[in-house]
Ligand binder design. Structure first.
Ligand code: PHE
Length: 343
């Protein structure tokens, strides 16, 4: 066996040295080291050997593989250097010192960058990522979230209606009910996505924006779990320990409902124009899932509890990158977008 290896070594090295083109070297590489290459084939005999023989043969074969790989790489380099020399001396018009064509590489949209970052954080905590339709049924967008017809809360979320009675979803919250119906309890999901509202646009209002819904349901889930998860999320996003506070806030699908405020990062809570001199920035609404909503999702509120939150992805991206006009994000203006060159 060992003899076979040393024979292969001698012929292989000779063949590589004699090769005159990169294609030839590549062919040799496949023939020797490829999946069905000569050396690979030899290794198949390993299983028929006894332990001592197998050990020795394995070592020799590996050493040969490394040696050949090195020689092949060297040969590739040598040949490509030769190619350049040849084309220089052939008097052709090819000038290797001319600058090349600069390809414009695309980059991710700032909202996508923030979305991916948050997905990474939540999947690390065992959450699954779910999706829902942008053209949503009235039932999921409103009724199932405890917002019956004629409830005044519908006025805050005016949207675009389709002729078939569906609507462009006003938030990602319909994904809560869809996820509960599909997966049941216990449940840990996030749902990022595009939302729509019938708004006149200005620097802080858009008719099209992104949210990221989150929901956790299990036995004995409490506000303490909500606070812990939110603090962890925000300290990861902002890469430092953050101070938060909860204020009461009303949303028909959570009870109790909260507005979560973030201690202002700019002034450290002393008060500045960014936080309107309050020391706090209103960041995300959240709360404990309303029993009616659990029921619509097919989950027994006597057995399970849960929290939910709605994170404004667009808003977070604006904060993170200091973008002061929301309209920039949908404008398709490359001068603005290409600054965020995370790929
Ligand atoms: N869906 C709500 C909105 O867009 C936000 C929210 C989500 C509030 C989850 C509480 C819990 O206004």
């Amino acid at each position: 066996m060992i003899e076979k290896i040393s024979k292969l070594r001698d012929t292989a090295i000779g063949r590589i040295k004699e090769a005159v083109s990169s294609t030839e070297v590549e062919e040799l590489r496949v023939k020797l080291l490829g999946k069905k290459g000569e050396l690979t084939e030899m290794l198949k005999d390993l299983k028929n050997m006894d332990i001592e023989e197998r050990k020795q043969f394995g070592q020799e074969a590996n050493a040969l593989k490394n040696e050949l790989t090195e020689i092949i790489e060297g040969k590739f380099k040598e040949l490509s250097a030769n190619d350049v020399k040849k084309s220089l001396s052939s008097g052709s018009n090819f000038d290797i010192s001319l600058p090349g064509t600069n390809f414009k590489l695309g980059s991710l949209h700032p909202v996508t960058i923030v979305q991916k970052e948050i997905e990474r954080i939540f999947t690390g905590m065992g959450f699954n990522i779910v999706d829902g339709p942008e053209a949503e049924e009235e039932f999921f967008n409103f009724e199932a979230l405890n917002i019956p017809k004629h409830h005044p809360a519908r006025d805050m979320q005016d949207t675009y209606w389709l002729e078939n009675g569906s609507l462009l979803r006003t938030h990602t919250s319909p994904c809560q009910v869809r996820a509960m119906q599909k997966y049941g309890a216990p449940l840990k999901v996030i749902a990022p996505g595009r939302c729509f509202r019938n708004e006149s646009t200005d620097a802080s209002h858009e008719n099209t924006f992104f949210q990221l819904e989150g929901m956790m349901i299990d036995k004995n889930v409490s506000i303490a779990n909500l606070i812990y998860v939110m603090k962890l999320l925000l300290s990861e996003v902002f890469q430092r320990d953050v101070k938060i506070r909860l204020r009461p806030g009303f949303f028909p699908f959570v009870e109790p409902g909260f507005e979560l405020d973030l201690n202002c990062m700019i002034c450290g809570g002393k008060g500045c124009p960014t936080c309107k001199h309050s020391g706090w920035i209103e960041l995300l609404p959240c709360g404990m899932v309303h029993p009616n909503v659990l029921r619509y999702g097919g989950i027994d509120p006597e057995e399970y509890t849960g929290f939910a939150f709605g994170l404004g992805l667009t808003r977070l991206a604006m904060m993170k990158y200091g973008i002061s006009d929301i309209r920039v994000l949908n404008s398709g203006d490359l001068r603005a977008m290409e600054q965020f060159s995370v790929r």
